[in-house]
Design a protein around this ligand. Structure first.
Ligand code: UP5
Ligand code: MG
Length: 212
């Protein structure tokens, strides 16, 4: 109990000093496909003063934008469950951050490999404070079931099918887990069991955000 209080106070002071600068404040949100990153982010922004930026949504919107020079490449990467080159994703994220009036962001689904991490640190490292990394830990079969159900319900996503999901999950395990481990070594990761109902997960997430 005492240790938990000490850790929470340490975390609070870390966050307070990080937030006091003029930089963008960022919470990264990671977890497997269908882990519930978007669902939890929607709930967080409804109650707390953060703006939600989903890297996947930004890429899908760019793919659909008329005359986008990246449309074809994004389509190819997403369908194959691969990770789009960081220059494209980072540019979209930075644009969205600059256009927002906020300086507190939930960045959902990024960084998901070493290329993303290197590109982010090079372009955005000096302009941002990373407050923490939310990690929604979800069993593989639950991830698959959620994405397939969403696809069957008409999500329209090119990657909500069995073939893409095999690749998405492999990419997550081989490329994204090492990034989560990298941040864990920096003591920035806050892990949540992503299998219970969304309300129950959010009750845990709220405890963290109430302390920010
Ligand atoms: N659901 C959610 N929570 C639930 C719960 N607790 N109990 C029961 N059901 C729950 O949820 C998925 C589904 O599950 C929904 O139907 C929801 O109602 C239900 P969601 O909140 O959408 O989960 P999320 O983790 O956001 O799943 P998503 O499919 O969006 O995760 P991905 O990481 O696969 O998708 P993303 O959009 O981030 O990326 C897609 C692709 O874009 C990547 O594979 C990659 O090719 C590309 N990409 C990049 O290249 N670079 C990037 O930086 C980002 C993406
Ligand atoms: Mg999502």
């Amino acid at each position: 109990m005492l240790l938990a209080t000490v850790l929470l106070n340490g975390f609070k002071s870390l966050v307070t000093s990080a937030m006091s600068s003029n930089k963008f404040n960022v919470v990264f949100v990671l977890g497997g496909p269908g882990a519930g990153k978007g669902t939890q982010c929607a709930r967080i922004v409804a109650e707390y003063d953060f703006v939600h930026l989903s890297a996947g949504d930004l890429l899908r919107a760019e793919h659909q934008r008329e005359n986008s020079k990246y449309g074809a490449i994004i389509d190819e990467y997403i369908k194959d469950g691969n990770i789009v080159p960081v220059a494209i994703t980072c540019k979209l994220l930075e644009q969205a951050m600059q256009q927002s009036r906020s300086n507190k962001f939930l960045i959902d689904g990024f960084p998901r490999n070493q290329d993303n991490l290197d590109g982010w640190e090079k372009e955005m490292g000096d302009k941002t404070n990373i407050l923490c990394v939310l990690f929604f830990d979800c069993p593989r079969e639950v991830c698959v079931q959620r994405c397939l159900s969403r696809g069957a319900a008409g999500s329209g996503r090119a990657d909500d099918n069995e073939k893409s999901l095999v690749k998405r999950l492999d990419t997550y395990m081989s490329c994204t887990m090492p990034i989560i481990e990298y941040y864990d070594k920096k003591n920035l990761v806050r892990k949540f069991d992503a299998s219970p109902p969304a309300d129950k997960i959010f009750a845990e997430v709220s405890k963290l955000f109430n302390s920010l």
